[in-house]
Design a binder for this molecule. Sequence first.
Ligand code: CA
Length: 223
Amino acid sequence: MRLLLVEDDAGLSDRLRLELEKTGFAVDVAADGVDAEFMGGSEPYDVAVLDLGLPGRPGLEVLRHWRAAGNPLPVLILTARDAWHEKVDGFKAGADDYLSKPFHTAELIARLQALLRRGVARPHGPLRVAGLELDEDAQTVRILATREAIDLTGTEFRLLRYFMLHPGRVLSKSRLAEHVYDFDTERDSNVLEVYINRLRRKLGRDLIATRRGQGYVFGDDAG
Ligand code: CA
């Protein structure tokens, strides 16, 4: 999942970026409102964390502009402690959730995971698709029939999670790359194929079907 982190406090954003990447997000950081608005409007992020007090353009204005342009990006705003009016203004501007500073990173991550679940209308609890159960905390996958747990690298985990959130759909290489890698990673489609073949070796050949010229389909009836 790709995440846009908008925060002008460099210490906080460095720390959050590391924690979020460990949790399996591909993270891009914007430190001012103008860059943030541009990035959120031009890259296919899955979720954004938006600080309100920003240089260049206030966070609320960024959010209003995204919504006015029809951008449905799920947004969690970071507000000052006890500033209840910021929360009200944030929801009115189109925020999906908020967190007051200072906060625990574990709460931020739990709220982001809840937001992403809501986005794809899936029930709470572990993601179960095609005989697999994904453990998003441990970043492992279990084969339900045998209860065997399989370790995944960071990229394998992000790729498998994206497949499991979109079963039965044709996903192009460019779309997969956009949601699995951050801005700075070279999106080489040959590298993506390598990761797809690794997932096939670990989880079974038939789980990810190739549609020539179109992309890949994940799931039971992928073939
Ligand atoms: Ca700030």
